[in-house]
Write a protein that binds this ligand. Sequence first.
Ligand code: ZN
Length: 148
Amino acid sequence: MSKIKKIKSVLKNIPELSFLTFSGVYFSLFIVASIMQGFADESSQELKTQSQLEACLHEEIGELGIKNKNIAIRFGEESDYSYAEKINGINNYLIVIHPTQNKRSVVKHELYHIADGLCDTDSAFLGRLRYLLSEPKACIYASTGMKL
Ligand SMILES: [Zn+2]
């Protein structure tokens, strides 16, 4: 193949190569962030009672600076994982902590999703897309305190 043909073939594949590079970097970040969350969960404070959950929530709300939202928290096993969701009314949210994930780092993670606006997305499709961006950021915040 001549040099020009080679260059043309590389140029033709740039969109594909960019997509693959982007996906590779993104999924590597996703995996690294998940591992960081796992380490944080290991060493994080354990929350055993409803009042410990609420005390932790209020401290972390102050830490994150989102005092304009009404956020409730409780333990629950409706899902296999902990989650945050918007509930009735403007600015009302609920964090459900799965009993096997009763750690401060998990509260920080779910709170970050609320601060990040993930729970405010109405469309399921946009919600999924937004989740892809929000998830690694929530893991990084929960494990390092860094707000991205
Ligand atoms: Zn998450």
